[in-house]
Design a protein. Structure first.
Length: 162
């Protein structure tokens, strides 16, 4: 698929930051996996519970760190589905098999910015309580400006054959 391309090598991403914690996750069936590394302590990260109908129906609450890293890996290119809604600027990444929403990305100037759905992280990652977020109240330009400020830059999207 066209959007499954590596934006930087994982070794490069790790050399750019000194993450304090790596939080792995996956969809229900395990065909999609995520790895979010943050320079912040997980207990200080408040997942943003978006109040749009799409995020509410998926139970999505987003975390990101502009100094962190995020990779999304799919076992098989057909495993990763995307959905656009609202302003259609962001791509929501879901598993084609089990339907779990794992991440959201936005591409600008050949860079992919993104956030991970805290609900797909493994175990108990020790995050702070979720806080409400209402991006519906923002214009498309205001949303994009916010994403560029708070989301992880240079998200790595990869696919491998199962």
């Amino acid at each position: 698929m066209g959007y499954l391309r590596e934006r930087r090598k994982p070794s490069e991403s790790m050399s750019m930051v000194n993450p304090s914690k790596t939080l792995p996750g996956r969809c229900h069936c395990g065909l999609l996996s995520v790895e979010f590394s943050t320079t912040q302590e997980p207990a200080t990260l408040h997942p943003r519970a978006c109040d749009c109908s799409f995020c509410r129906k998926h139970g999505a609450a987003w975390i990101s760190d502009p100094a962190g890293t995020l990779s999304v890996s799919a076992r098989g290119a057909a495993t990763l589905r995307e959905y656009r809604q609202g302003s259609e600027a962001a791509r929501f990444l879901l598993c084609a098999h089990c339907g779990v929403l794992v991440a959201v990305v936005y591409e600008q100037d050949a860079r992919v910015h993104g956030a991970v759905n805290a609900g797909c992280l493994d175990g108990e990652p020790g995050l702070a309580d979720a806080v409400p977020a209402s991006p519906q109240r923002l214009s498309a330009e205001e949303k994009i400006s916010r994403w560029l400020q708070v989301w992880v830059p240079d998200v790595v999207l990869t696919s491998s054959e199962p």
